[in-house]
Design a protein around this ligand. Sequence first.
Ligand SMILES: Cc1cc2nc3c(=O)[nH]c(=O)nc-3n(C[C@H](O)[C@H](O)[C@H](O)COP(=O)(O)OP(=O)(O)OC[C@H]3O[C@@H](n4cnc5c(N)ncnc54)[C@H](O)[C@@H]3O)c2cc1C
Ligand code: FES
Ligand code: FES
Length: 493
Amino acid sequence: MALNKNRDAAVLYINHERHEVRGEEAFMMLADYLRYKRGLVGTKIVCAEGDCGACSVLKASYLNGRSEGFEVINACIISVAQLDACQIVTVEGLSEGGQLSAVQESVAACHASQCGYCTPGFVVAITACLESGKKDLNEQKIKNCLTGNLCRCTGYTSLIEAALKAQPSVQLSASLASRYLPDDRQKDLKAIAGIPLEISFGDKTFCAPVLLKDALQLRSKMPLTLMASGSDLGVMINKGKANPKTQLSLHLLPDLYKIDQDQNRLTFGARVTLTELRKICEKTVPEFAKFLNIFASPQIKNIGTLVGNVANASPIGDTVPFLMVADTLVHVASSRGTRNIPLTEFYLAYRKMSLEADEIIASVSFAIPKQEDRLRIFKVSQRKDLDISTVNSAFLFRMKDDHPSVVSEARIAYGGIGPVIRRFPAVETFLVGKALEPKVIDQALGMIQGDILPLSDVRGTSAYRRNLVDGMFRRFCEELGQKATHQGAEQHV
Ligand SMILES: Cc1cc2nc3c(=O)[nH]c(=O)nc-3n(C[C@H](O)[C@H](O)[C@H](O)COP(=O)(O)OP(=O)(O)OC[C@H]3O[C@@H](n4cnc5c(N)ncnc54)[C@H](O)[C@@H]3O)c2cc1C
Ligand code: FES
Ligand code: FES
């Protein structure tokens, strides 16, 4: 390949050992590599889809120049190559000198394990939660940390009790960062991240440039599969539905980790994770931040990116309805130059984007809703946590200053209603200047229903989806009538 070849091995630390991984092993999912190549069998594999958390491990890196400390991830859907320049800690790395960690002790003392298959994953996820420095941990916060972990026999009460009981001891113990990120290792990880990587095995190549211009040049020369964090692709590979031969990873491109904020807009580079997005939005767009609580699990949000969610072009992608009502621009780059595409014009057909073969999405930016905007985001799925939407939606309305019941601007976006997530400009125009009275709401919904073609599938029939479309808009209007502010996303199951 055209890269100045400098490294032919992914370099990562697993617990206290430094590994240079080449050839076939670099293309293995981390969980397989840990179990079958390193004998670290504490990491289990159950679903291999990111759904159960049995494969949870901890990851830290300096790739974004602002290390987030250790975060929990799923090792089953991310390849070793994708974890280049990272420090990984497995469940075996939590104990020290033969002494169980405080969380391990607590799980045993609270009898929080029966068959034990899920236990290492829970221990790792609880450790991440307690190490994250979250203040005032309570039962609900622990539950939020554990949405990515399933236990089929013990039940969660004793696991939550174990987490709460372990908290004081964890605070007194040496942090994972002090044990696993000494200065010399930090220096090494940072140095590794500055060297381009190209790994080949058979007909497969994994390529990670350190300069955006090199990435764009490669993209212009040959068909490549882009990997932001590769979480979606990891699932497809495990299911045998994808076998990308030439992978272009964005993980060594510092520009793509940038987050920019001015008074009006927020911009997120293509490697910014959903966890980072949620953190920034806590203050700037609290409704979106709250909504992201019910997006996937901590494990997925710690690797999955906003741009990956936009670029997988799913008709039920959960960030997209909000982005659609928030004047989002998709910032695209190629070796020919850059262009900005309004998200409302980005999806052309089912999974088809307005993106040329040589282009990549460099970042996505959206307008921060104003204080006076009424914003609500809804998601209905078959279960509350870690589930795919049946229908999702976002409504951003502004009301007249002198007549607060009259609409001055309306934006409506729905997902799960056809091949793409989209706005409803005719309905939005119809609503301007009108009070949201029952007759107007019925008329608006009549227009929306006449303009959608929801599918029937395992997540719901077309008729059910139409009911959800109805219910979400009526709920929003009811809240507006009650002068709801833009606080508090909610999920209905
Ligand atoms: C267990 C699980 C739960 C999930 N739950 C949810 C959920 O609740 N809601 C939801 O909406 N989604 C959910 N997802 C999907 C979620 O969208 C992704 O996991 C994540 O946002 C994708 O980010 P990524 O960085 O891993 O993307 P990747 O897997 O790297 O990429 C996704 C797609 O985008 C392309 N791509 C990546 N980067 C670029 C770029 N810069 N330019 C152009 N194309 C690019 C890739 O080639 C690929 O086709 C879930 C996934 C899993 C595995
Ligand atoms: S094995 Fe289930 S999430 Fe990885
Ligand atoms: S202890 Fe058996 S699945 Fe949790």
